[in-house]
Design a protein around this ligand. Structure first.
Ligand code: UDP
Ligand code: MN
Length: 536
């Protein structure tokens, strides 16, 4: 792919103090086509001259990713081939697909990551499907995002720059772009993304079949140090997490793997990370866009995930659509006159109050006890107008596997029948040592356990596991059953192979079940188990 424009601009910017000395670095590390096809750019910092090393160090501090390395890569580079290979045989009827307006919001983004995002859209999208690219500037302060950006974009008639005079946060910035969009679908991206070939066609194809489908590409990690991009394997869905109401990545649930007919079928995903998706204009409008009271960053992904499902739509992860995203090590922007803590908890507190029903009690700011959440009555009315289903419906039908801290099938402390004043204790969560019994203390902490739908015995993200020895230890939960799957019958906690958790000395071991007192436990039953089959 020719790269004239990208290279010309990088050279022009060489006069900006923190740009790398590209010629020098390319020679030093023998870089011919840095970053091509998503290859990592490997720089040995020790070999950099002092002045370059300073820029190298500063660029990570200022941005939460190694801008220095990003600046060595052309603004137009090829991305890896989309996987799985079956994607290459997929045919899309382009004239039958709706157009989209791509909305990219930014606040103090670096030059190279922002423009590489724009170029990757222009280079990987059929012109007939791309109505426009709307760049929404959320009151950035950096000089390169002022005149230089306008001058650069003047050569690209499809790209339009919209400026917000004041800092409004990512939700309102997206809504400004959405309101300005001229096509029937809108595709949102972050300002440090790279689209793969044919990233858009499969997204639009899904929204075209049903406007209530929100289509999400597979997020590929662009390494924040070396800007390498790989195809993720296996694909992960996004899920809600408690008590923070954030998101996490998880394996595709077993029932969903059984439901889909091929590797490239759309996957039902219980949530989305929030930065990248295609939605029909009418559906986002009908859903009340984002809560207009959300501030700066966080929580909007949870709001949208819940209301899409609960109000009659669906979120699909599209295996053939891939978009790279740089995950920062730290945020590069200030929060204006609010603290990040305040805005995050206010946002998730609002979302929890409107959408979680009685489950809001499992969230951090359930009743505004950390920070005030303001008035949510308008958003509750919206939910009623839309005649949305309950959060319990979401749990039973969309994500029965979801683990909510504090809401296990069994929940609370696990007491030994042999030593009734002793409880299983997760102590300081150290792995690779046998779990210990300590005096029960009733103040939560290491003694609160949940049995999940998958039979895990969980303490937050840590699970009882006895894979490598007879010792029962803590390990990071993997959700795959096996050595982390247990059953509790009101007396013993056992594996499906007839091994029971027992006390030996003051630690936990797995041994053949024999009904002895050292193998008996009391644990509170909290609710019925959910059915792990597909309903929708
Ligand atoms: N953003 C914005 N205004 C803000 C905060 C963020 O426009 O007040 C933009 C930011 O430039 C990015 C997107 O919102 O394009 C998401 O933010 P970020 O990438 O920092 O979030 P992350 O992907 O790390 O969760
Ligand atoms: Mn981002």
């Amino acid at each position: 792919m020719a790269n004239l424009r990208g290279d010309a601009v990088s050279s022009r910017l060489l006069s900006v103090p923190d740009m790398p000395d590209v010629t020098l670095v390319k020679t030093l590390f023998n870089l011919t086509r840095p970053g091509d096809k998503g290859q990592p750019v490997l720089i040995d910092k020790q070999k950099l001259p002092a002045e370059e090393r300073l820029k190298y160090d500063l660029s990570e501090k200022e941005n939460g990713f190694r801008e220095y390395v990003s600046n060595l890569i052309p603004l137009r580079r090829r991305t890896p081939f989309p996987k799985p290979d079956e994607c290459q045989n997929e045919m899309y009827n382009i004239p039958a697909l709706p157009q989209t307006s791509v909305v990219i919001i930014f606040m103090n983004e670096t030059w190279s990551t922002l423009l590489r995002s724009v170029h990757s859209v222009l280079d990987n999208t059929p012109a007939s499907l791309l109505k426009e690219v709307l760049l929404v500037d959320d009151a950035s302060e950096r000089e390169h995002l002022k005149r230089p950006l306008e001058e650069y974009l003047a050569d690209f008639p499809k790209v339009r720059l919209i400026r917000s005079k004041t800092r409004i946060g990512l939700m309102k910035a997206r809504v400004i772009g959405f309101d300005a969009a001229a096509s029937s679908t809108v595709t949102f991206l972050d300002s440090h993304c790279e689209c793969f070939q044919r990233w858009l066609e499969p997204l639009l194809a899904r929204v075209a079949t049903d406007p209530k489908i929100v289509a999400v590409p597979v997020t590929e990690t662009i390494n924040s140090e070396n800007f390498g991009i790989e195809n993720s394997n296996p694909i992960h869905v996004a899920i809600l997490t408690f008590p923070l109401l954030s998101y996490d990545w998880a394996y595709v649930p077993k029932r969903e793997k059984q439901r889909v007919k091929s590797l490239i079928d759309p996957i039902h995903t219980p949530a989305m990370a929030g930065g990248m998706f295609t939605i029909s204009k009418s559906w986002f409008e009908r859903l009340g866009k984002y809560d207009p009271e959300l501030l700066i960053w966080g929580g909007e992904n949870t709001e949208l995930s819940l209301k899409v499902w609960m109000c009659g739509g669906r979120i699909e992860l599209i295996p053939c659509s891939h978009v790279g995203h740089v995950f920062r090590t730290h945020s590069n922007y200030h929060y204006g006159n609010v603290k990040s803590y305040y805005s995050y908890h206010r946002n998730t507190g609002r979302v929890g109050n409107v959408w979680l029903d009685d489950y809001k009690k499992f969230t951090m700011n359930s009743d505004g006890q950390l920070v005030d959440i303001g008035d949510v009555s308008e958003r509750k009315r919206l939910r009623e107008d839309l005649d949305c289903k309950s959060f319990r419906w979401y749990l039973n039908n969309v994500h029965p596997e979801l683990y909510i801290v504090g809401d296990g099938v069994y929940n609370g402390d696990i007491r030994s029948a042999l030593q009734p004043s002793m409880c299983v204790d997760a102590r300081d969560y150290s792995y690779d040592v046998a779990l210990e019994m300590l005096p029960c203390h009733d103040n939560g902490e290491g003694q609160v356990w949940d049995m999940s739908e998958l039979g895990e015995i969980r303490h937050s993200i840590h699970c009882m596991d006895s894979g490598y020895s007879k010792e029962v230890q803590l390990a990071r939960c993997h959700g795959e059953g096996g050595h982390q799957a247990w059953k509790y019958d009101g007396r013993s906690i056992h594996t499906e192979f007839g091994d029971c958790i027992a006390i030996e000395g003051h630690v936990l071991f797995r041994q053949a079940c024999d009904g002895s007192l050292s193998q008996q436990w009391t644990w509170h039953k909290n609710r019925e188990q959910r059915n792990l089959t597909t309903h929708i």
